[in-house]
Design a protein around this ligand. Sequence first.
Ligand code: KIV
Length: 273
Amino acid sequence: MRKTVKDILDLKNKRKISMLTAYDYPFARMADEAGIDVVLVGDSLANVVLGLNTTTEVGMPEMLHHAKAVGRAVKHSMVAVDMPYDSVRQGIDAAVKYAEQFMNDAKCDAVKIEWFDGCLDIIRAVASNNIPVIGHVGLTPQTAEQLGGFKVQGKDADSAKRIIDQASDMEYAGCFGVVLECVPAPLAKIITTRLKIPTIGIGAGIDCDGQVLVVHDILGLFSGFRPKFVKQYANCSEIIVKAIAQYKEEVEKAQFPSEEYCYKMDESELKKL
Ligand code: KIV
């Protein structure tokens, strides 16, 4: 059985919540097996899987395709998915229709919606159609340009107050959780204390109710920019490149496939050829 919204809400003030991105069947299966609470099909798909520059370049077809693969893999975690930039800018009815596609066609359990002007109407509509919603404030990659680029948000009192208001407006609009990205740890602590719903931090310090990171970052699978908040737990690129290089060498030197990897044939049958 997958984790439910109630399971996640109940974790606030009990133990920290783990969230990790996954974009395909094998990684989703491994995250599920490792006991991650929420597997997020992030639109960071654009950067770490599809080699695009911005998350605004992925739309419903790409997100749905990858969400379906994750949905097939996960048995115990909750599966959440990012509503891509375009999907929440075509009006309320379209957003609800797209959110329903994630739930029905891709077997997701929740959608995540980043803060933008007008997001509250979308969140209210999606949530009132019984689709669980996670909000996202602070550094919101879909609108990073308007925020001055990929940098810490809420460093002064005015911008910090704005982020506090956005998080509580999202709670009031029906979100059951909110991601706090790239904000000072003391600000994340204030938001976490004021909200009844769990906060999930990424570059937001230890006091959030949970943490989220991108799987390619923690495994050392992404060679692009690595923000300060990323902890790399393994260098899988090194292991993978080494294995591929060994395979290449064995092919070139006719060492692979050795006998153990080959199918045999009866001598008598062979003679007939
Ligand atoms: O797209 C993403 O991966 C995200 C998380 C890192 C929060 O939004």
